[in-house]
Design a protein around this ligand. Structure first.
Ligand SMILES: Cc1ncc(C[n+]2csc(CCOP(=O)(O)OP(=O)(O)O)c2C)c(N)n1
Ligand SMILES: [Mg+2]
Length: 379
């Protein structure tokens, strides 16, 4: 597969049309079938205009192209590691576009699509994976907190933040992202108990991509994840995570309820990690190729493309223009990554605290002297 063909490699234009019937997925909220047919759901009506549909498609294509380019850059030694979102574009774009400007998102390490919707530049995310900084964006200005690699910790941050919003009387909400594996983590369960007990304006958005690295979902739970919410005392809903419209509708409703003082919701976005866990992982060691083939028939981009084409909302010229924009973005990402300056080693001591401490200032000076000793030795 060439890098540039990545956005079109899936079955085109109607995924699954000639394929054997896809296995049913129970309890899913769906507004767009894998074949791209628009369906209604009684609890989640969605008014979406043609312009918004085209914008959502553009978002999906551009973030996938960014992701493909970042994976290639890692393979060429330009990034230390990359955590791919391949297959999860609709879950992330749908959730991100459901946020209002004053809401705040608390991501894991994979939410590049959400970053995109918050106006974070791809290079500000890539710099973290290149190891030149700890995340280059302003969390307050973007309403997008810094990436959290410690599994589940951001659920506590989001809940605490939401409780602060509540005490400030703010009519905004927090959106916490987590994975299926993270639901087994103590912090996540503690966060849900606090959120429920205080009716905090927080929505837990779980991307169930079926794996926690090599550990499959059936090792994490005996019940569908969304049903866990009942035990905490708030609603749980399972949405088709490969259906950007359904994710948008469900997340919008949950955030509106949170802002309205109705407390938390747990959303399980049922999706699939089509790539490796990170570039350090080899998924062929623990899952069958046939599973991936089945999920390709539910590809989130192909189904929206099929819907846009069928309904006449997008023509070939529009689709071509998005492809061209994606190629331009990829070229900008590549150029920007290779031209990124290396910071001085002492930069790691900056921004640890809002103000420098004497202890860290001493460490910084010691480190600078240590580095200088190599220059002297080389002379
Ligand atoms: C507290 C903690 N324990 C273990 C790890 C190592 N680790 C990194 S990713 C991961 C799996 C997470 O799976 P999931 O929550 O499903 O998210 P996904 O990566 O699938 O998006 C683990 C165990 C970690 N980063 N933090
Ligand atoms: Mg997972």
């Amino acid at each position: 597969m060439s890098v540039s063909s990545a956005t079109t490699e899936v079955v085109d234009p109607v995924p699954g049309a000639d394929a054997p019937h896809l296995p049913q997925q129970p309890d899913l909220v769906q507004l767009l079938t894998p074949e791209g047919e628009r369906v209604e759901h009684p609890e989640y009506p969605l008014e979406v205009g043609d312009e918004e549909l085209r914008d959502l498609y553009r978002d999906l294509v551009l973030v996938r192209r960014w992701d493909v380019e970042a994976t290639a850059l890692q393979r060429q030694g330009e990034l230390g590691i990359w955590a791919s979102l391949l297959g999860q574009e609709a879950a992330q774009i749908g959730a991100g576009r459901a946020l209002q400007p004053d809401d705040t998102a608390f991501p894991t390490y994979r939410e590049h699509g959400v970053a995109w919707t918050r106006g974070v530049d791809p290079l500000e995310v890539i710099s973290l994976f290149r190891g030149v900084d700890n995340g280059g964006w302003d969390p307050v200005a973007t309403g997008f907190n810094l990436y959290t690699v410690v599994i589940g910790a951001q659920c506590l941050h989001a809940t605490g933040y939401a409780m602060g919003l509540q005490r400030d009387g703010a009519e905004t909400a927090a959106l916490a992202f987590l994975g299926d594996g993270a639901t087994s983590q103590g912090e996540v369960n503690e966060a849900m108990i606090w959120a429920a007990s205080f009716s905090a304006p927080v929505v837990f958005f779980c991307q169930n991509n079926q794996y926690a690295i090599s550990v499959p979902l059936e090792r994490q739970t005996r019940v569908p994840l969304y049903q866990r919410a009942a035990g905490f005392g708030f609603p749980g809903v399972r949405v088709d995570g490969n259906d950007v419209l359904a994710v948008l509708a469900v997340t919008r409703a949950a955030l509106a309820a949170a802002r309205d003082g109705q407390g938390p919701t747990f959303i399980e976005a049922f999706t699939y990690r089509m790539g490796a866990h990170t570039t350090s992982d080899d998924p062929t060691r623990y899952r069958l190729a046939s599973e991936l083939e089945e999920w390709k028939l539910r590809d989130p981009i192909a189904r929206l493309k099929a819907h846009l084409s069928r309904s006449g909302v997008a023509d070939a010229a529009f689709l071509d223009s998005v492809e061209a924009e994606a190629e331009e973005l990829a070229a900008r990402i590549r150029r920007g990554t290779t031209e990124m300056p290396d910071p001085p080693g002492t930069a790691m001591f900056d921004h640890v605290y809002a103000e420098q401490t004497p202890h860290l200032a001493q460490q910084r000076a010691d480190f600078a002297a240590y580095q200088a000793s190599f220059e002297e030795a080389g002379r």
